[in-house]
Design a protein around this ligand. Structure first.
Ligand code: ZN
Length: 279
C-alpha cells in the first residue's frame, strides 16, 4: 500500500520538475522543503509535527509544501493528511542527511556577541515578537512566484554552522545578499506586513505574511519604508540594504518561514541565486 503510493508520488514529482511549475524546489533535507503531490483531491489539511502546512494548486494538482527545520532527524518522518470528512492518514517520507559547513566571523561590536543583562531583557522581548510573527497563519491563498529581493551577490548561504568571535551560535537561518548600503529591497511576493522595527541582532527588520504560514523576513536594513498592516505587492520596494544589527558589512539577510520553520530561501528564488559565491 505504502510502496504503491510512494511510486505514484515519485511519478508526479518527476512531472512537476520537468514542467517547471511555479513551485519551490523539492529538497527534503534538514533546512529544506518537501513538495508533495497530494495523493487525492479529498485532502483538506496537512500537518507536520502538529503544525499546518500550506496546500497550493498548480495545473489541477494540489501540493503540500512542508518546511523541514535544520534539526529535523534524517530518515523516515511522517505527515498527517486530513480529509474533508475528517479522516486522518499517516504519510511516511524520507528526509535525507545534509552536511552544512562551518563559518567563522569576526564581529567588532563585542556586545552583539556577549549582550549585557540589559540587552538580554530587550532580546527576550524581541524574541516574543519574532515568535508571534513566525507562527502567523492566515487563510489567504498563497503564491510562490518569488522575485529576487535585491541585486546583489550571495555572501553567505543558508545553514552554515556559525561561530562569532570563536563562540558557537545558532546556524545561519537565511540567505545573505551583499549590496551597497541604500540599494532598494523588493518584496519577494505579495502579502501583508505583520511586524517591523529595530531588533538587537537583526537590526531593522520586516516580516511579510504571504498566507498559509508562508512568511518572508528582511533584516539589517538601512531604511524601512513600510509599516505593520500595509498590503504589499510582489516587487514593491519595502526598504533599503543596510548594516544595522550584528553584521560584518552591508547586506540583506532574507529569511523564509514555512510551517513556522526557517528554510533555505534559495529553494524559492529564481534560478540565478544558485550561482553561489563563496568568497
Ligand atoms: Zn544572514
Amino acid at each position: 500500500m505504502i510502496a504503491s503510493r510512494f511510486k505514484i508520488f515519485l511519478l508526479t514529482l518527476f512531472a512537476h520538475t520537468s514542467l517547471a511549475l511555479a513551485l519551490p524546489q523539492n529538497d527534503p533535507v534538514p533546512g529544506g522543503l518537501l513538495v508533495l503531490a497530494m495523493p487525492s483531491a479529498d485532502i483538506s489539511q496537512v500537518t507536520f509535527q502538529g503544525i499546518r502546512v500550506p496546500i497550493v494548486a498548480e495545473n489541477q494538482q494540489q501540493y503540500a509544501l512542508v518546511g523541514l527545520s535544520l534539526d529535523t532527524t534524517p530518515g523516515k518522518n511522517q505527515l498527517e493528511l486530513i480529509s474533508a470528512s475528517g479522516d486522518k492518514t499517516q504519510y511516511t517520507f524520507e528526509v535525507h542527511a545534509k552536511k552544512y559547513t562551518e563559518q567563522r566571523l569576526v564581529i567588532k561590536d563585542q556586545r552583539k556577541v556577549d549582550p549585557t543583562a540589559e540587552d538580554m531583557i530587550r532580546i527576550r522581548a524581541e524574541q516574543l515578537r519574532m515568535d508571534r510573527a513566525r507562527k502567523t497563519w492566515s487563510d489567504t491563498p498563497t503564491h510562490f512566484n518569488f522575485t529576487q529581493p535585491v541585486e546583489g551577490r550571495v555572501s553567505s548561504i543558508f545553514g552554515l554552522r556559525r561561530f562569532f568571535n570563536n563562540q558557537p551560535r545558532k546556524p545561519h537561518a537565511g540567505l545573505d545578499l551583499a549590496a551597497n548600503e541604500g540599494t532598494p529591497i523588493q518584496a519577494v511576493e505579495s502579502g501583508t506586513v505583520i511586524e517591523s522595527g529595530d531588533f538587537f541582532f537583526s537590526g531593522n527588520m520586516i516580516y511579510i505574511d504571504h498566507g498559509q504560514g508562508l512568511i518572508s523576513l528582511y533584516a539589517h536594513l538601512h531604511e524601512i519604508k513600510v509599516k505593520t498592516g500595509d498590503k504589499i505587492q510582489r516587487g514593491q520596494v519595502i526598504g533599503s540594504v543596510g548594516q544595522s544589527g550584528r553584521v560584518t558589512g552591508p547586506h540583506l539577510h532574507l529569511g523564509v518561514i514555512i510551517n513556522q520553520t526557517l528554510v533555505d530561501p534559495v529553494l524559492f528564488l529564481p534560478p540565478q541565486t544558485d550561482q553561489k559565491d563563496h568568497s
